[in-house]
Ligand binder design. Structure first.
Ligand code: NAP
Length: 487
């Protein structure tokens, strides 16, 4: 979406008479039911320029709940006045509408219903409605939009309306209505997709499942490792109780490990994909399913990495606030006084800390930029070049700077044998494994011979593929032959 589109209101200021340029606007729409959804739908339809007639079992009682521009009447009366009827009634009550079958014949019924469980019934609600009203045309739609979104308008909340039906004309009519209401209709094909559409509102963040489990798994592994090093080791070796370190110190050494490894896991599948393309000499070979899945989850993995990095920053800022930290400072001062030491300044340590914190802040800043630009509203305002520059180039720079942050944090600890608690190397050395592999692979891909080959593959060149070419003959006519695109 361009910047101009972003600035446009999703709902124009339409008069109640409707927009004459749009065939759908101004027509009469029926709504069966007078509940939350029916009410919000009626308000939105009225605001979008439609005439609305609501069919209720008890119109007198319900009329006051609807805008005065909407007519509230008995169900049979309402459906007689229109060709398009939204059925805002729960599935279990569909059979009570069977008396209306004759008057509904030849009309479009929009099934907006949802279930309470995924794949609750054998057939979708829309298919069930179609079986009850064979003379009507059923369109599934609007179920992914909540009553709240309808009321607040498409400016807020989900803008997409998924639509499916076996009748193209009916689907087009409902799509036009959705468009006039400020929504984006998405054609999901024929009625067999209704089940899938009905399951969508019941799914809880499906694309976050794998990345969340990955982050939790990494957190658990690093947390256990750090616990062994920071809490169990001092207890076993020196009988020192370091349990107090668990809530902040151990968590704070675990979070950057997760953030850093997760950030590298955003770029690792790209490296594997490039290796596969180089190996097979084509971009037209399908990646294995696991790699496909991994590539599709990069955004969520990146956002979780940013979340852990942000938490690490907050935890780090809180470290000096702890009582244990204050006691340690006082103890150090006392020890210094007893030992009559005037100066404990270690130049190398000072520099290490300054560089390490500064680099960490830059890495966090870049990661925030990546996180912000991955949000759909921001991503839509960028062109492909800008998006790929931020996500790919700046993302990789963030990984390199995070590596510098890790290295300056670790400094020479990897070479200090006291750091090998229970022969376990310092945690930061483990975290460097995947990111350094990714960085090394990216550097290798920058070698001209490999970069050229990869570029050609990505432009459609294939290893061992023969392409037709055309040569002018001596007579001036063209003759064809074959050559390998390898040459
Ligand atoms: P609701 O508040 O309970 O309203 C249901 C309406 O159905 C009642 O007001 C009633 O209106 C009518 N109805 C017709 N025959 C009925 C019968 N035999 N027994 C009981 N009621 C009967 O429910 P809702 O939240 O508006 O949901 C309506 C439909 O929209 C459902 O299929 C739901 O899955 C779908 N939906 C709702 C939302 C949401 O955010 N609420 C979002 C997406 C989809 P009268 O008494 O006037 O006849």
């Amino acid at each position: 979406m361009s910047g101009g589109d972003m600035a446009k209101p999703l709902l124009g200021h339409r008069s109640l008479e409707g927009d004459p340029s749009t065939p759908a606007a101004g027509r009469t729409i029926g709504v069966l039911g007078s509940g939350d959804f029916a009410r919000s739908l009626a308000i939105r339809l009225v605001c979008s320029g439609f005439k609305v007639v609501v069919g209720s079992r008890n119109p007198k009682r319900k009329a006051t709940l609807f805008p005065s521009a909407a007519e509230v009447t008995f169900q049979a009366e309402a459906v007689k006045k229109t060709d398009v009827i939204f059925v805002a009634v729960f599935r279990e009550h569909y059979s009570t509408l069977c008396d209306l079958a004759d008057v509904l014949a030849g009309k479009i019924l929009v099934d907006v219903s949802n279930n309470t469980e995924i794949n609750h019934h054998k057939e979708s609600n829309a298919e069930y409605l179609a079986s009850l009203f064979p003379a009507s045309t059923v369109v599934k739609g609007f179920n992914v939009v909540s009553a709240w979104t309808l009321q607040s308008g498409a400016r807020d909340g989900n803008k997409q309306v998924l639509i499916c039906s076996n009748n193209q004309e009916a689907k087009r009519t409902v799509a036009e209505i959705a468009q006039v209401m400020g929504f984006t209709p998405v054609d999901m094909g024929c009625m067999s997709s209704a089940c899938e559409i009905e399951n969508i509102p019941l799914r809880l963040l499906p694309s976050w499942k794998i990345p969340t489990f990955l982050a939790l798994g990494l957190f658990l592994c690093f947390f256990t490792y750090n616990m062994i090093r920071q809490v169990i080791h001092p207890y076993v070796r020196e009988q020192k109780n370091r349990l107090y370190k668990i809530p902040i110190e151990v968590v704070n050494t675990t979070l950057p490990c997760v953030a850093y490894v997760m950030l590298s896991l955003v770029y690792l599948p790209g490296v594997l994909a490039a290796c596969s393309q180089l190996y097979y000499g084509t971009k037209y070979r399908r990646f294995p399913d696991w790699l496909d899945q991994w590539l599709q989850h990069r955004k969520q993995i990146g956002l979780l990495s940013f979340f852990c990095a942000a938490l690490h920053a907050v935890y780090s800022l809180c470290l000096p606030m702890r009582r244990s930290h204050r006691y340690q400072l006082i103890q150090m001062a006392v020890k210094q006084a007893v030992e009559k030491k005037m100066n404990i300044w270690v130049e190398e340590e000072v520099w290490r800390m300054e560089i390490y914190i500064s680099v960490g802040i830059i890495a966090l800043g870049l990661m925030s930029l990546l996180a912000i630009t991955s949000l759909p509203s921001i991503a839509n305002s960028l062109n492909w070049r800008e998006f790929s520059f931020i996500q790919s180039t700046l993302g990789f720079i963030a990984l390199v700077i995070s590596t510098l942050h890790t290295l300056t944090y670790g400094w020479s600890r990897a070479f200090d044998e006291n750091q090998y608690k229970f022969y376990l190397p310092p945690t930061y050395t483990l975290t460097l494994l995947v990111p350094c592999t990714v960085i090394l692979a990216k550097v290798i891909f920058c070698l001209p011979c490999i970069q050229q080959r990869l570029l050609r593959i990505r432009r459609g060149w294939e290893k061992g593929r023969y392409v037709k070419f055309v040569l002018p003959s001596a007579t001036g006519e063209f003759s064809s032959g074959e050559t390998s695109s390898n040459v």
